[in-house]
Design a protein around this ligand. Structure first.
Ligand code: 5GP
Length: 117
């Protein structure tokens, strides 16, 4: 796994490339996925460049809690909570992680299968 490097999400945080930003705080940023897999597909990231959940540490405890609570809040605001939705984070090759900056996928607006493919 790539560690600590700058990624496309770093460029979005710094507004070096455009994104459809839906929510921002001092610590987190949410924007629409460029290639949505569902009617609603939002990426929620910490501004801190943690490469994946597996690379977070105890020092990130509060930040990770904030991410989870903000994911639920964004889903509520997008009207996803009535029918349900999914929050996913991919870690490494087997999960298909392609951007090595921790992100939660918030996806909804259609039913999903379980187990995932
Ligand atoms: P991963 O596969 O790493 O879990 O997810 C990376 C996600 O980032 C993918 O769903 C992909 O469509 C999205 N993505 C990649 N590059 C960009 C970009 O430049 N802008 C936006 N908004 N999403 C991106």
């Amino acid at each position: 796994m790539t560690h600590g490097g700058d990624t496309i999400f770093g460029k979005i945080i710094r507004r070096e490339i455009p994104a459809q930003i839906v929510y921002e705080t001092e610590n987190v940023l949410a924007f629409r996925d460029i290639s949505p897999v569902a009617p609603t597909h939002i990426l929620l990231i910490p501004k801190k460049p943690i490469s994946a959940l597996s690379e977070a540490s105890a020092a990130d405890k509060e930040l990770l809690g904030e991410l989870m609570l903000e994911a639920a809040e964004i889903a509520r605001r997008e009207g996803l909570d009535k029918d349900g939705y999914r929050v996913v984070t991919n870690i490494g090759a087997n999960a298909g992680q392609t951007v090595f900056h921790l992100h939660l996928h918030i996806i909804g607006g259609r039913p999903f299968q379980w187990p995932p493919g």
